[in-house]
Ligand binder design. Structure first.
Ligand code: WT7
Length: 629
């Protein structure tokens, strides 16, 4: 890899270019041109090449009910058939699909045939319990073979899964159960992370007592630790008892391309989390396509995406994308710092990982650990198997990029800084490893076919070099279809009328005047990104004020943090002990009762106040807040 010092441009090596599927910028340009010339023809070609259809589609894009777009609507397929059976038919039955490493280091390998058999057993078990096409199933489980198989099993019978991250509380779980109207919950007795047993089933039990969960008829419990958990007769069943005796084959339910494959909840700027609804056909196409082009996944690769299946990254780049291509991937139960902060490097060495995809937060915390403890520095491990690195979830600062490149990638591995969102289903702006010259901190150029652009508040293009609002001008196959049960909120959130029908990502961005590369400058709404996790400021505020005993008012803003990217900064007015001065009774609210978040943000960052404060109800609060900060 050669480096141009002035522009900090990193070129893929000749070998990387030669080996890659999308080889050189001319190949990238050809794809972009193909999409520009015949947009629907381009996506139709790829959908035919990457996906096996039961009934081939004849329609490509249906815009008649915009922004509720439909892709490949008259085609039918099954996602689990595409990820499992198809690979076996191609002779990959004995190939390792999943290398599972438990928290304690125990390793299990699952072949494609085995994963299909387990998927079919779970699918048959769900059917035996009465779960049908279109039903919603909540999956509340940690990283495991059964977690992936449960997602595939839902897809197999046309049930719509909604995975809830195992770190979420009973209340959050309850909210998602109620909103989806789920008929079943798949969970485990406990989860194991960092050497500790943590509850899962007990949290499900609590969630189900909080009300609004009458739709749930069955709870399936995987035995992970074997420790005692309460089982409610008639409702709760051990997974093994329901599925181990089921047949290992199950005819896939062929669904229409628009059939909802999954719902995944994510934070918005206001109110409750949004149930992002994804399709089957368009979603699976982009999952497979981006795994093929961005990660350049080849037959011999060992791919490791460190995300949890509770996030969209774990959906697209663990449960679906790599499997759709017949890849071999790591599924890791534990945490990067247990038994020590060398865990990732040791696992890359042990499993000869070739493609490694993680978040800037993880990289930054491992840099810190390596600086203080030489034993967990990546140079203490043999990482020579790596050929490609990826980054996702938040902007990667150039210093972390350089460290990742030099110390993990040995200076030879391209880094794909992939910008995307729960709502986009897969990569939107990213380098392609055998084509795009890289600039640390920039996600570079749109994935071929994606019409990303930067506009002002009226939807007009802004010139390169000046920042603006990130939009996508045309619908793409893996886009969010709606917010579950709230089409109006979907329209309002993502297609505001002033933006000419463009998709509003919610991020600010700027294009470089010379390279035209995109750099994401951060959220433009009241959403925080803490360690790559999205959190709505209003959600945190309502959690705080729900402590009615103690909290009178709360306002939440982000402030930059070296490790987590952004940190939560909460301004809280307590009821007890009573505030001393009269002025302490009000946080920075305007006379009409609106919290001036921009102002609090400035205080949190220690910046001088430049905003107009004339509408503040209590201007004296500013000095007080600045002093206590
Ligand atoms: C938000 C989406 C995409 C899967 C994980 C997060 C931020 C994501 C990048 C990147 C700069 C990024 C954006 C985006 N983000 N990737 N490469 N560079 N920012 O999914 O929870 O839906 O969050 O994460 O702010 O809007 P998510």
């Amino acid at each position: 890899m050669s480096e141009n010092q002035d522009q900090k441009l990193y070129l893929p090596s000749d070998a990387a270019v030669k080996a890659a599927r999308i080889s050189g910028m001319a190949a990238y340009d050809r794809l972009v041109a193909e999409a520009a010339q015949d947009y629907t023809g381009y996506w139709a070609r790829l959908a035919r090449e990457l996906i096996s259809w039961k009934k081939p589609f004849t329609q490509v894009l249906d815009e008649s009910q915009a922004p509720f777009f439909k892709w490949f609507a008259d085609g039918t397929l099954n996602a689990s058939y595409n990820c499992l059976d198809r690979n076996i038919e191609r002779g990959l039955g004995d190939k390792t699909a999943l290398i599972f490493e438990a928290d304690d280091g125990a390793v299990t390998r699952t072949s494609y045939s085995q994963l299909l058999a387990r998927t079919c057993q779970i699918a048959n078990g769900l059917k035996a319990l009465g779960v049908r096409k279109g039903d919603r199933v909540i999956i509340y489980i940690s990283m495991s073979v059964d977690g992936v198989a449960a997602m595939q099993a839902c897809a197999r019978i046309g049930a719509t899964h909604s995975v809830v991250f195992g770190g979420f509380s009973a209340q959050s779980l309850r909210d998602r159960i109620e909103d989806t109207g789920a008929v079943a919950v798949i969970t485990a007795d406990q989860q194991v992370r960092g050497g500790k047993n943590l509850p899962l089933k007990a949290i499900v039990d609590e969630a189900l007592t909080l009300g609004g969960c009458d739709s749930v008829k069955n709870v399936l419990v995987v035995k992970r630790t074997g420790n005692d958990v309460a089982m409610s007769a008639g409702r709760d069943r051990w997974m093994s008892e329901v599925v181990d005796t089921q047949p290992t084959t199950c005819e896939p339910e062929w669904v229409e391309a628009e059939h909802p494959l999954f719902l995944l909840y994510t934070s918005g700027s206001t109110g409750k989390p949004k149930g992002v609804q994804h399709s089957t056909g368009g979603y699976l196409l982009h999952a497979a396509l981006t795994t093929s082009w961005t990660f350049d996944l080849q037959a011999s690769d060992v791919f490791w995406c460190t995300a949890d299946i509770g996030w969209v990254t774990g959906h697209t780049y663990i449960a679906y994308g790599p499997l759709a291509l017949g890849g071999t991937e790591i599924v890791f139960e534990g945490v990067p710092t247990y038994p020590d902060a060398g865990r990732f490097w040791k696992m890359i060495q042990d499993h000869k990982v070739t493609i490694f995809y993680t978040a800037p937060t993880a990289i930054r915390s491992l840099i810190k650990a390596a600086e203080t403890n030489e034993a967990v520095h990546p140079r203490k491990y043999d990482l020579s198997s790596l050929r490609l690195l990826g980054s996702v979830g938040e902007p990667i600062n150039p210093a972390a990029w350089e460290w990742y490149h030099a110390n993990v990638g040995g200076g030879r591995c391209p880094i794909v800084d992939t910008f995307w969102q729960t709502e986009t289903g897969g990569h939107m702006i990213t380098p392609l490893p055998g084509a795009t010259p890289m600039v640390p901190g920039s996600c570079t150029l749109p994935f071929p076919g994606i019409q990303a652009a930067i506009v002002d508040e009226t939807g007009a293009d802004v010139p390169n070099g000046s920042g603006g609002i990130l939009v996508v001008k045309k619908p793409w196959p893996s886009m969010i279809r709606t917010i579950w049960g709230d089409g109006e909120r979907f329209k309002k959130s993502y297609f505001p009328p002033e933006l000419k029908g463009y998709y509003l990502a919610g991020d600010g961005a700027i294009r470089d005047a010379k390279t035209t590369y995109f750099t994401i400058t951060g959220r433009i709404d009241d959403v925080l990104n803490v360690s790559g996790h999205r959190m709505g400021t209003m959600e945190i505020e309502s959690a705080l004020v729900s402590c009615t005993e103690l909290v009178a008012e709360a306002a939440v803003v982000g402030r930059p943090d070296d490790t987590t990217g952004e940190a939560i900064c909460a301004f809280v007015v307590l009821k007890r002990p009573r505030p001393t001065g009269e002025e302490a009774k009000k946080i920075a609210k305007t006379r009409s009762g609106k919290i001036m978040r921009r102002l609090l943000r400035s205080i949190a960052k220690g910046e001088p106040i430049t905003q107009d404060t004339s509408t503040l109800e209590n201007p004296a609060i500013l000095d007080q807040l600045a002093q206590t900060n």
